[in-house]
Write a protein that binds this ligand. Structure first.
Ligand SMILES: Cc1ncc(COP(=O)(O)O)c(C=O)c1O
Length: 447
C-alpha cells in the first residue's frame, strides 16, 4: 500500500505532487558520516530525517497511516490525533494534500514553534495540560480527548501509538533505505524512542536481513525536556515498546543530549534537533569502537522547531536580553506640566470655544484622520498630534501672538497640543475641555 505516486522522477527530482518526495529505498533521506565522535575505527552515520517533505521522520508514518486507512476505504474527512507535534505536522500536510480536515490534541508544554507551525498549516488545535508526550490513561490528557472526539460520527483517529501502519512505514522505507545505503554492511542501528515505530519497523527489517545487526534504543530521563521521546516509565505504557527485541536500551540526560547538539551544530555542521543529540549520545556509549563497525543513528528532525528549548538548555550561548531603555528621568515633570495645565486658565468649555470660533479664532483639531472622518467641525484646521510633535504648524497663523484653540476627542491630546504650541511660541492657546465628545453632546454644529 502506498500513496499514489504520480509523476515521480527521483533522477531529475521533479515532482508533480509534494507527496512524491516521501522517501523510500529509491529516494532515501541522506546518511551523513560524523567525524567528531571520538571513535577511531567505528563509522557513525546520521540519517537526516528532516529531508522528509514536511521536515521530520514522522512524515513517513503520517503518509502510511493515511494510505493504509485509504486502502481500507475509511472515511477520513475529520482526522484527529494526539501528537507531540511531528506526527501532527506530517498528518496536517498529508491531510491538506488529500483534502481531509485535521485536528490535533496536544500538550501546552509542546514548544510554541511546533504549535505555531500546526496552526499555520491549518490544523484545528485542542491544547491541554498534559505531559510533553501524550500519556495513555490520563482522563484529561491529549489521548483521552482524541478518543472522545474520534467517537463522534464521521471522525477518525489513526492512533500512531497502536496502529501497525506506524512501524510498517519504517519496515517498508527506513529499513530498506539503510540496508541499501550501507550496502548491507550496517552493524548497529540506533533510534530515539517515542512511539517506538522507528525502532520496531526498522529494527525488524534489518534483523531479517542480518540477525547480527544490533538494535539500540535511547530514551530520556523522567521529567525530561526533549519533545517527541518518552522516558522509560512512559515507554512501559506504549504498545510498540518491546524491550526484548532490542539489543540495548540506554538512558540519556537532557544535558548530554543538548550538549551533543552543540557539537553537531558547531563541529559537524549538522542542524540537529534535541532528539538527535539524545540518540547520538546513546550511540556513542553503546557502539564499540572496532574496525568494521558501521552504525546508523536516526536524526528525527532539525533544530529550528526547538530554538526556545535550546535557549533554555544552552544558556551560555544566549546573553541576557538587553535591558529596556531607562525611563526618561524627566517624565514626571512632563506629567506635572500636563496636570497643571489641566487645572489652569487655558482649558475652556465648549460654549467658550464656540464663541471664539464664531469670532474668527483658529480652531486646531489634533485627532487622527479616521476620527475626523467620523465627525468634525468643518472650519477647524486638521493637524494630528504626531504632526505637531514633529514641529509642523501647517495651517496655523504665522503670527504667534494670534489666539489658537485646540480640540481632540476628549480633551487630553488637545492639552498636549497646547503645551507643544506654547513651547513653539504661540502665546494665547486654549484647549477644549471634553473635546468633540462634549461638543457633540452640547448639540453644537458638526460636519
Ligand atoms: C523529534 C522526535 N524524535 C524522536 C521521535 C521518536 O520516534 P518514534 O515515535 O518512531 O519512536 C519522535 C516521534 O515523534 C520525534 O518527533
Amino acid at each position: 500500500m502506498s500513496i499514489d505516486l504520480v509523476g515521480v522522477d527521483h533522477r531529475l527530482r521533479t515532482y508533480e505532487s509534494i507527496l512524491g518526495l516521501l522517501p523510500d529505498a529509491d529516494n532515501p533521506t541522506p546518511l551523513v558520516r560524523l567525524h567528531h565522535t571520538g571513535f577511531e575505527h567505528a563509522r557513525i552515520y546520521a540519517k537526516l530525517e528532516w529531508y522528509n517533505p514536511f521536515g521530520a521522520v514522522k512524515d513517513r508514518v503520517a503518509a502510511n497511516l493515511v494510505a493504509d486507512a485509504e486502502d481500507r476505504g475509511e472515511d477520513l474527512q475529520n482526522l484527529v490525533e494526539p501528537t507531540s507535534g511531528n506526527t501532527g505536522i506530517g498528518l496536517a500536510m498529508v491531510a491538506n494534500a488529500r483534502g481531509y480536515g485535521f485536528s490535533a490534541t496536544l500538550s501546552r508544554a509542546i514548544p510554541l514553534e511546533k504549535r505555531t507551525a500546526l496552526r499555520l498549516f491549518g490544523t484545528d488545535l485542542i491544547e491541554l495540560d498534559d505531559a510533553l508526550c501524550p500519556m495513555p490513561g490520563q482522563p484529561e490528557g491529549a489521548m483521552a480527548k482524541a478518543e472522545e472526539l474520534a467517537a463522534r460520527p464521521g471522525w477518525r483517529e489513526l492512533n500512531q501509538y497502536a496502529n501497525p501502519a506506524n512501524p510498517e512505514a519504517h519496515y517498508r522505507t527506513t529499513g530498506p533505505e539503510i540496508w541499501r545505503q550501507t550496502e548491507g554492511r550496517v552493524t548497529h542501528f540506533v533510534a530515539a524512542l517515542g512511539t517506538c515505530g522507528t525502532i520496531t519497523g526498522t529494527g525488524r527489517f534489518l534483523k531479517e536481513q542480518n540477525p547480527k545487526v544490533q538494535v539500540i534504543g535511547v530514551h530520556p530521563t523522567d521529567g525530561h525536556d526533549i519533545p517527541g521521546v518518552r522516558s522509560r516509565r512512559a515507554l512501559a505504557l506504549t504498545e510498540f515498546f518491546t524491550p526484548d527485541a532490542y539489543d540495548a536500551i540506554l538512558e540519556v540526560t537532557d544535558d548530554d543530549a543538548y550538549g551533543l547538539c552543540r557539537t553537531l551544530h558547531q563541529r559537524e555542521s549538522i542542524v540537529a534537533g534535541p532528539s538527535c543529540g539524545l540518540a547520538l549520545a546513546g550511540a556513542l556509549r553503546a557502539v564499540p569502537d572496532e574496525p568494521g563497525v558501521i552504525a546508523v543513528v536516526v536524526f528525527p528532525d532539525n533544530a529550528y522547531k526547538y530554538l526556545s528549548s535550546f535557549r533554555r538548555h544552552l544558556p551560555d550561548l544566549f546573553p541576557p536580553e538587553q535591558p529596556a531603555a531607562p525611563a526618561n528621568p524627566f517624565a514626571s515633570h512632563l506629567e506635572a506640566a500636563f496636570a497643571l495645565a489641566k487645572q489652569g486658565p487655558d482649558v475652556i468649555d465648549v460654549a467658550e470655544a464656540k464663541r471664539l470660533l464664531d469670532a474668527g479664532v483658529t480652531l486646531v483639531d489634533v485627532r487622527n484622520a479616521d476620527e475626523v472622518a467620523r465627525v468634525q467641525i468643518p472650519q477647524a484646521v486638521k493637524l494630528p498630534l504626531p504632526e505637531l510633535s514633529a514641529g509642523r504648524t501647517t495651517g496655523l497663523p504665522a503670527d504667534r501672538s494670534t489666539p489658537v484653540v485646540t480640540v481632540c476627542a476628549a480633551g487630553t491630546r488637545s492639552l498636549y497640543a497646547l503645551l507643544l504650541l506654547k513651547a513653539q511660541g504661540y502665546a494665547d492657546v486654549k484647549s477644549v475641555d471634553g473635546g468633540m465628545g462634549a461638543w457633540v453632546s452640547a448639540g453644537l454644529p458638526t460636519g
